[in-house]
Design a protein around this ligand. Structure first.
Ligand code: MCA
Length: 473
């Protein structure tokens, strides 16, 4: 069975019901399905076929859903790109994925020529409307790649994690069962569809359950209360930064939102126990924290019924085997990806005897609850976005004034962590100048919040930078 078959099942008998709200527009399940078919016929007419890649650089919108459904119907591999990425980060993905085209809201400028054709999403949707709404009859098995999700590695350059139809299906079916998601839910999705959190968990749980979803272009904390109070969701997925923002709502508003809600889920970064506690007091709900990765989607989750333990990510999900080897969590299961796109060596290095090495350090309590305590690499997570210091360090070292650079994460009450840089400069350079160069080249969340000049970086006898010896701000 492929994903189209899985979604057809939940559309059965529900095709005239409202499936999606986006802005002031509403779409039934039948409409969503027909829009996907039309877009698939259009992509096919433009020459796309099974195995081709399509890069998509869009903020959340209905056309992004049309494109995803069209891709899975055709067997085309959907490659979303973080909308906050700048030219250099985009160029790497476009080069690596080798897509047939890039769909974006903008057309490329001379400053940023695209190596592939660029299609505007609204023009595509208008053209698709003239195509057939009939289903396509393309036979695809579950091992067909559905998406490539770029995730940075310790080398600095992002690698593409290939996720198959079976990976997405296994993840969605598991979450439906374990978090008791049904067609009766009202689901508010404010996370970006270019990441696994919103794509793998959000979009797939919506389509596989047949519940009603309200999709926001993005989470804006100033408007959040109005969205919750108006839509009255029963289900919400967030990153810890979002829950920290929601703590600012007045007590009466928090209670009212909590009264309509069935389940709040948190992931993508550690949820501080104190936030869990304060949230419970204000909203009357214990947030369910779970653990996943782009390469594996969801691995471990606190239970729906039973203890949701503060600071712990809970128990391995059904179908997922987990073990700890030398402190590191390793997992195996139908959720685990097919490998890194065109990177056999990195794929081999990521597995040991069929177990995926997560790179996360954890302990397992005698009753099976896992608690994550750090990473083998120096990954920084800010607002739920992953940042690999090496990528920023490499960019800083390219600046002619700079001879050495080190980037670390420092605690931040809202974002969890933020990056700060330590630099050794041969000729003086102002932090403002460095910041604006970073802003022009790196996604906003990667721009260091401070640049500390040093005479030299602390190094060990081997010459390796000792980040733990950097003077903390
Ligand atoms: C953030 N910004 C955005 C967006 N999100 N801009 C456009 N579209 C977005 N979706 C930028 C803002 O322009 C701003 O840039 C900065 O981020 C912070 O914005 P602010 O309004 O202050 O937002 P906030 O209240 O701090 O909240 C940020 C956020 C965002 C909404 C929590 O960080 C976010 O959407 N995070 C979710 C990321 C995610 O889904 N991660 C999952 C990946 P400037 O700084 O220049 O002003 S991990 C994953 O998928 C694994 C598998 C898992 O387990 O889930």
């Amino acid at each position: 069975m492929n994903l189209t078959h899985l979604f057809d099942l939940s559309f059965t008998g529900r095709r005239d019901e409202i499936a999606l709200e986006f802005g002031d527009c509403q779409f039934t399940f039948g409409e969503i399905d027909r829009r996907g078919n039309r877009m698939a016929h259009l992509l096919q007419a433009r020459g796309l076929k099974t195995g081709d890649r399509l890069c998509v650089y869009l903020a959340n919108c209905v056309e992004m859903i049309d494109l995803y459904l069209a891709c899975i119907k055709l067997g085309v591999i959907f490659v979303p790109i973080n909308i906050l990425y700048r030219d250099r980060e985009m160029a790497h993905i476009l080069h690596d994925a080798g897509p047939a085209a890039l769909v974006a809201a903008l057309t490329p400028t001379e400053a940023c020529p695209s190596p592939v054709p660029v299609w505007n999403h609204t023009e595509l949707a208008a053209e698709a409307a003239a195509h057939s709404a009939e289903p396509l009859h393309i036979s695809l098995d579950g091992d067909t790649p559905a998406g490539i999700i770029y995730t940075s590695g310790t080398t600095g350059a992002a690698k593409g994690a290939v996720l198959t139809h079976n990976n997405f299906a296994a993840n969605a079916i598991t979450l439906l069962a374990c978090w008791q998601i049904t067609a009766a839910d009202r689901f508010l999705l404010a996370l970006p569809l270019f990441h696994v959190h919103a794509l793998g968990n959000g979009l797939h749980c919506w389509l596989a359950s047949g519940c009603r979803m309200r999709l926001l272009e993005r989470f804006e904390h100033q408007k959040a209360a109005a969205e919750f109070l108006h839509f009255r969701p029963t289900l919400f997925f967030g990153v810890p930064t979002i829950y920290v923002r929601l703590l600012d709502l007045p007590q009466a508003t928090a209670r009212e939102i909590g009264a309509a809600m069935r389940l709040f889920v948190s992931g993508s970064a550690p949820l501080p126990a104190q936030v869990l506690d304060e949230f419970r007091q204000r909203f009357g709900h214990t947030i369910l924290e779970r653990y996943g990765m782009s390469e594996t989607m969801m691995n471990i989750s606190n239970p729906y019924t039973g203890e949701r333990r503060p600071g712990s990510v809970g128990l391995p999900l059904p179908g997922v085997s987990a073990r700890i080897v030398d402190g590191e969590v390793q997992v195996k299961g139908p959720n685990v990806f097919a490998g890194y796109w065109r990177r056999d060596e990195a794929t081999r290095a990521a597995f040991v005897d069929g177990w995926f090495r997560t790179g996360d350090i954890a302990q397992c309590a005698p009753d099976g609850y896992y608690t994550l305590s750090g990473r083998k690499s120096d990954l920084i997570i800010s607002g739920g976005f992953n940042i690999y210091p090496r990528e920023i360090e490499e960019f800083l070292m390219e600046q002619e004034e700079i001879t050495e650079a080190a980037v670390i994460g420092v605690n931040d009450p809202v974002r969890g962590e933020v990056p700060v840089a330590y630099i050794v400069a041969a000729t003086p350079i102002s932090p403002e100048a460095l910041e604006s160069r970073c802003r022009a080249t790196l996604a906003s969340f990667k721009v260091p919040r401070a640049f500390h000049p040093l005479e030299r970086l602390p190094r060990n006898a081997m010459g390796k930078i000792q980040k733990h010896l950097l003077p903390r701000p």
